[in-house]
Design a protein around this ligand. Structure first.
Ligand SMILES: Cc1ncc(COP(=O)(O)O)c(C=O)c1O
Length: 346
């Protein structure tokens, strides 16, 4: 089976750089990033800081490292972090948050979102001999939310949580790996979504189609600390201008078309919704998450059955599955994928 004949919906990270993106990468001016000499990288960081309305920005090789560096900057070992259920940091970062930042997570709310009241209810006070010292120091949001189906947060809730965090002297961080999708789906601007947060990370290796790269933004004083943590975690690189050029290209050429990925995900969801064995989470962006019900078929059996027909999806649990639409799948392939899944469950 050649990779070209596969309909790969395991993630939006599977996209390969387009010919046009590769051409831009090949010609990108480069220099040593750690001496501040890479013009392509410097331009990307300045562009993203401005786009998100933050003072400064720092490129990192991955979204996971962006989250890890943010935790190192915003917390101390032993701190408690409030986070929505099934956050990427809790599920998919190989325990890095405990190992690298030494924090504990408290999951709050439901379906990946929570309210300012949830924050007030779960915040742990400082200076207790039995609670984490100095208690809760950070509130972390994931927008869109991966494991809950690409959920887009309400801006009013993000703002209200920001006010509460400030009132309680908590830092406020956005894992915005798919902030672009949230902005396109809500018709909002990246800066508006980012406004209430102290620090925001965005990714380029997902819907925007770059081979690697995330950017962490925030006040200059915090970004200066992030430079050191990036180095400590081994993420300080050299002539990354070629990757920065790919990120820049993705932002210029693949941003608006995220709406197409959203349409494709909604198309798949609408087809799957006809199957009584499937319970779908809402799919407002490019992620379709569903659970199997009233069927003996397990998530893994569905994954294997689909793979045999060249459709790749992921199991998130014994009965929970996820698929993502992206640049490298078209409408006909999305329809075909839905048809294969429906046949397997018929
Ligand atoms: C919400 C979220 N945050 C962070 C990441 C990590 O990104 P990376 O795979 O670049 O480490 C992902 C990856 O899918 C993600 O979905």
């Amino acid at each position: 089976m050649s990779s070209d004949s596969l309909i790969d919906l395991r993630s939006d990270t599977v996209t390969r750089p387009t010919e046009a993106m590769r051409a831009v990468m090949a010609k990108a001016p480069v220099g040593d990033m750690q001496y501040g000499d890479d013009p392509s990288l410097n331009a990307l960081e300045a562009r993203v800081a401005e786009l998100l309305g933050k003072e400064a920005a720092l490129w990192l090789p991955s979204g996971t490292m962006a989250n890890q560096v943010a935790l190192r900057v915003l917390t101390h070992p032993g701190d408690d972090v409030l986070v929505g259920t099934e956050a990427h940091s809790v599920w998919h970062e190989a325990g890095g948050s405990a190992a690298n930042a030494g924090v504990q997570f408290t999951e709050i709310g439901s379906d990946g979102v929570f309210t300012a009241a949830d924050v007030r209810e779960h915040v742990k006070p400082a200076n207790s001999p039995v609670l984490p010292i100095p208690g809760t120091t950070l509130v972390q949001v994931e927008n869109t939310h991966n494991r809950h189906g690409g959920t887009v947060w309400e801006q009013a809730e993000l703002d209200a949580i920001g006010e509460t965090a400030r009132a309680l002297s908590l830092a406020y961080y956005l894992d915005g790996a798919r902030l672009w999708n949230a902005a396109v789906a809500s018709g909002s601007s990246p800066a508006r979504i980012a406004a209430p947060f102290d620090m925001v990370a965005v990714a380029f290796s997902k819907g925007l189609g770059a081979p690697a790269g995330s950017v962490l933004t925030g006040p200059r004083v915090l970004i200066e600390q992030a430079v050191r943590h990036r180095r400590m975690l081994g993420g300080a690189m050299r002539q990354v201008g070629m990757l920065a050029a790919a990120c820049d290209y993705g932002l210029s050429h693949h941003y608006e078309r995220l709406a197409v990925d959203h349409e494709h995900a909604q198309l798949i969801a609408s087809k799957l919704s006809t199957c009584p064995s499937i319970r779908l989470a809402p799919s407002p962006t490019n992620i379709v998450v569903f659970e199997l019900q009233d069927t003996d078929v397990s998530a893994m059996e569905l994954v294997i059955g689909a793979r045999a027909q060249s459709v790749l999806i992921n199991a998130l649990g014994p009965r929970k599955l996820r698929l993502l639409t992206h640049l490298d799948v078209n409408r006909a392939q999305c329809l075909r994928a839905a048809e294969v899944l429906l046949q397997l469950l018929a």
